[in-house]
Every structure is written in structure tokens, then in C-alpha cells.
Design a protein around this ligand. Structure first.
Ligand SMILES: *Cc1c(COP(=O)(O)O)cnc(C)c1O
Length: 373
């Protein structure tokens, strides 16, 4: 089956009693036992499982071609479950340029329990040198990365990891399974913030882990999900399933608008640099082309005149809203350095743009007037 069809059908179950074509939301936290003490409906208690969550996890697993998926209450909760599944003292290698909130969680919580190295994940030689033969258990990839849109070589990293029995998890939030297929490149697990493109409408928080195969570590992650309970509500599962139905079509629009905007910004005199792997002049273009079928809707750019100009551009936009987050139908822009706070290493003249699905001419006109202001 093709991804458009999977997206529409794999998260939906026609109700056996009412024959409703769209699956109802099951709010009940508890499920009746049969006379024999078993649970004939297949569910016991909603922290453990729920019909809407099962449907969401089914479509999530199928979209990536994995064996199973776990849905979480946020992207960070999904990432957290992997770190919780590791034995204390394990060594983990993560990219220095990664989503700021997950990095903060790793530094503030997991570095007390695990041995963490932050490196430039695009530097393969550095990666090899950083691996500790006995204790490295996990390599974390985020590609393209947030906010610098660095692209790491998934296939090469997985090859190195596999030879040393290290698992690789790829944060695929920016690319989505529509444009990047980490399992086909050798990854063991894929992680998402479903708050972003999966939900797609900036109105539902969620996260996901997908596994290529079910193994004891995956069983452990499933137990962490069920016992710790950082699970999405039935309503949130329903909303994410609903958003996913249009994911493949939305991604095409995001990608085509983003490429047009990246090309426009690259030729604009006020713009110093554009970070977008879809531009042929981008340093990661070749590797991005080899592992992505298109370049998604995220880009960053720096202003020649510095931070004040960057903030002014963000303030002068009329259609593009100044707000954090990404992946929704509406375009959002953000001055990342100030959003990330004092520990940020993001250039202060950088704006990150989540390109939405508005008409491209309206977006270009908005950027043109704000850059001139
Ligand atoms: C937003 C985001 C996360 C965290 O997800 P939440 O749903 O906000 O917890 C992780 N990785 C990336 C790349 C993100 O953009």
C-alpha cells in the first residue's frame, strides 16, 4: 500500500456496532471483564491501552514500515522513554545541534544517570572517536537538525553503529516518513514530535516512537509507556489520527513553498545565509538528496544587519506569525536564540521559519515587505 492510503486507512476502524465510518472517541478509562475474568474487548485500563491509542499506534507503525509504535503525550516524553530504557551508566552520543527542549531534558535529567557526549553528528570521524567500545549503547540522530538544518548521514552512522552493537534512534520530526525513511537506511528506532507535522494544525501535543523490530528493549519501552503513563488522551489520539490522514498531501505543499522561499531569501540583499538542504548550493545538499525524497518545510536564515534586524523582520511580518513550534498549516517564524535562552549557541541574527500552506505569493510578499521595513 502507498503512503497516502496508509495515512487515511491504517488509523481508522469502522465501528462494529454503529458502522460509523470514522472511529468514535472512547473516553472510558476502564473496560468490563467477562465472566471468566478476562477482558473480551482487549482493553483493561486506559493508561495501559485504549482503542484510539491502538489505532494511532497502528498508523504510526505502518507509515514508517516498522513493526510497532508507542504514542506518547509529547515528543519529549517519547524521547524520555528511550533514555529511561537504558541501564544507568551507559554512554549515549547525541548531536550538539538538536531540538533545544530535548537537549535540556538530557542535560538536566539524564546526564545524572547516563554518560552523554554531544558532538557534531555530521562529522563521521569524530563519531568514531567518540564511541566507547564497551559502554556506548545509543546514537541519537536528528536530521535535518533544529535549528541549523544540518544533515547527518543516516546510512553511514547506522553502519558504524551496527558493527559495534549500538542502537540508532533518529528524530525524524522535520522530514516525516513522507520524505525520509530511517528504517530503510538502517536505523533501529524513529522518534517524532507529533505536535508538529503529524497533528499538522498546531492544536494537539504528542510524541511517538516507532521500532523496526520488536525486541526486549522495545518491550521495556512499552512497559515504561504503560507504567509511567505519559500517554496521549483518547481525544489527542483521535486528533493526531485525523491530522495524519492528510500528512502526505500537506508535506508536498510545505516542501514546495519552502523551496520557493529559500530561493527567494538566498537572492535577497538583506539575507546573509539560508539554511535549507534543498538548495543546490547548501553544503548538505548531496547527502540530503541521497536520503530524502524532498526537503520538507523548515528553514532558517540569518540577516546581514544582525540581531536587531532579525527581530524587526519577525515583528513586521503580517501573515507569518511570530511563535514557537512548527509543522502547522500556518507559517510561523521565531528568533531562536532568545527562545532557547542564555545557553543557546544559535546565531543571534537567525530566524527559523516553519513554512505553512498559505499561497506562496502571499508568503513571498509578506517576507518582501518585512525585509524592507
Ligand atoms: C518539538 C520537537 C521535539 C519535542 O516535541 P514536543 O512535542 O514539543 O515535546 C523534539 N524534536 C524535534 C525535532 C522537535 O521539533
Amino acid at each position: 500500500m502507498n503512503i497516502e492510503t496508509i495515512a487515511i486507512h491504517s488509523g481508522n476502524r469502522i465501528d462494529p456496532h454503529t458502522k460509523a465510518v470514522v472511529q468514535p472517541i472512547t473516553l472510558s478509562t476502564t473496560f468490563e471483564r467477562g465472566e471468566d475474568g478476562q477482558y473480551p474487548g482487549g482493553h483493561i485500563y486506559t493508561r495501559m491501552s485504549n482503542p484510539n491509542r491502538v489505532s494511532l499506534e497502528n498508523v504510526l507503525a505502518k507509515l514508517d514500515g516498522g513493526e510497532d509504535a508507542c504514542a506518547f503525550s509529547s515528543g519529549n516524553a517519547a524521547g524520555s522513554a528511550i533514555f529511561q530504557s537504558l541501564e544507568p551508566g551507559c554512554h549515549v552520543i547525541v548531536p550538539a545541534d538538536m531540538y533545544h527542549g530535548l537537549k535540556a531534558l538530557i542535560i538536566e535529567v539524564y546526564s545524572k544517570i547516563l554518560d552523554i557526549s554531544f558532538i557534531d553528528m555530521t562529522d563521521i570521524e569524530l563519531l568514531k572517536k567518540t564511541i566507547k567500545p564497551d559502554t556506548t549503547k545509543l546514537i541519537w540522530i536528528e536530521t535535518p537538525s533544529n535549528p541549523l538544518l544540518k544533515v547527518s548521514d543516516i546510512k553511514e552512522i547506522c553502519k558504524i553503529a551496527k558493527a559495534r552493537n549500538i542502537i540508532v534512534c533518529c528524530d525524524n520530526t522535520f522530514a516525516t516518513p513522507v520524505f525520509q525513511r530511517p528504517f530503510e537506511l538502517g536505523a533501529d528506532m524513529v522518534m517524532y514530535s507529533s505536535t508538529k507535522y503529524f497533528g499538522g494544525h498546531s492544536d494537539v501535543l504528542g510524541g511517538a516512537l516507532v521500532t523496526k523490530i520488536k525486541n526486549p528493549q522495545w518491550d521495556h519501552i512499552r512497559r515504561i509507556q504503560a507504567l509511567a503513563g505519559s500517554v496521549p488522551s483518547p481525544f489527542d489520539c483521535y486528533m493526531t489520527v485525523r491530522g495524519l490522514k492528510t500528512l502526505p498531501y500537506r508535506m508536498r505543499g510545505h516542501a514546495s513553498n519552502a523551496l520557493a522561499i529559500a530561493s527567494f531569501l538566498q537572492n535577497h540583499p538583506e539575507v546573509e545565509n539560508v539554511f535549507f538542504p534543498g538548495l543546490p548550493t547548501n553544503q548538505y545538499h548531496t547527502i540530503a538528496r541521497s536520503q530524502m525524497s524532498d526537503f520538507s518545510g523548515m528553514l532558517s536564515f540569518t540577516l546581514t544587519a544582525g540581531e536587531a534586524k532579525a527581530r524587526k523582520v519577525a515583528n513586521c511580518l503580517k501573515i507569518i506569525s511570530q511563535a514557537t513550534s512548527l509543522g502547522g498549516v500556518e507559517s510561523l517564524i521565531e528568533h531562536r536564540a532568545s527562545a532557547e535562552g542564555p545557553t543557546s549557541t544559535t546565531p543571534t541574527n537567525l530566524l527559523r521559519l516553519s513554512v505553512g500552506l498559505e499561497h506562496i505569493d502571499d508568503l513571498l510578499a509578506d517576507l518582501e515587505q518585512a525585509l524592507k521595513a
